[in-house]
Design a binder for this molecule. Sequence first.
Ligand code: FES
Ligand SMILES: [Fe+2]
Length: 349
Amino acid sequence: MTLDLIPTELRGFARQWLAVATTSELRNRPLTRTVIGLPIVLFRHSGGVAAMLDRCPHRNVPLSAGSVNNDALQCSYHGWEFNPTGQCVNIPGRSDCPQQFSVPSFSVIEKDDLIFVRLENTEEDDVSTSTANILPTQALSPFKSGLDSFLWINELECNFINGLENLLDPMHPAFVHSLLVRTSAKRSAMDINVIRTEEKLEVIYNENQIASGFIPRLFEGLRTQSIGRYYPPFSAQLEYRSPKGTSFILTTVFSPVDQNHTRTFSWLSTPCGLIPAFLKEAVTRLIFAPVLKQDQQILSLQSSNISRFGEEQFVSTKLDIVRPHILHFLNNHQTKKVLPLERSLCIEI
Ligand code: FES
Ligand SMILES: [Fe+2]
């Protein structure tokens, strides 16, 4: 059974829509991806996008090494062709094509610049486009008018939970991004509100200061609040607010590649202004590249050390604000047993 190939700890996500690629990454050639540990191949046909297991049933060559031929994916070894549902429709040298020669195929939705795949469907599952979203409809969307947004794709050598925690963790910037994002010598006490509803976690940092790092000093001015949000299972958002309103939004969809690798799709958004969007994108990429690299390095280090010891063994304090909530959502979201809560605390960031 195909889904048995998925590692046990990721098996529960087979019924979720998983972002696998951007629409512009998939052109005329097939594209391979590993999603929750399962190698798949995507290809475009006249009716949309098809996704199937990246393994030819004949001699197991990856179908992604083949080519798209009249709405079918042709294997590069003996030329067998498979239609978008995975059915073999042509075997060169034979006039017929036995029914049982097929490749498992998966549901696909192309939406919000992304291609989403769902590996497991039941009869009742809705496969309409409204069911795959980067964020719930009531959330602050990077596609909202008045925002310049651009998409940034990255790969992290860690599981998606550690990646999520890193994005929403307020305590590492003063160390990992020392001087760039926050300065450890300038820690200050901050009132924080943590609000967990059935749909999301929201952590509001009442900053009311100019953030201490080089980047915010150069570009931001007074920051009244920063807000970290988690939308289970795979999306997170950071929003910075100034007295004029939202000044910056980072929206990220995490896509588990396997137990130790995660692909991220991030939209960086700023309010439209006098500076053209392409220029803002160029400058933002330049400035955030070192920050991203620092996160990638620390996450790789964490991940390889966990592998070296064979397991995670974490201790936490009240400063580790988000992880318990991420885990609570992952354990209870699908069964709709999330417990809402609200609390306030004051910590030095
Ligand atoms: S391995 Fe694919 S056609 Fe033979
Ligand atoms: Fe970071």
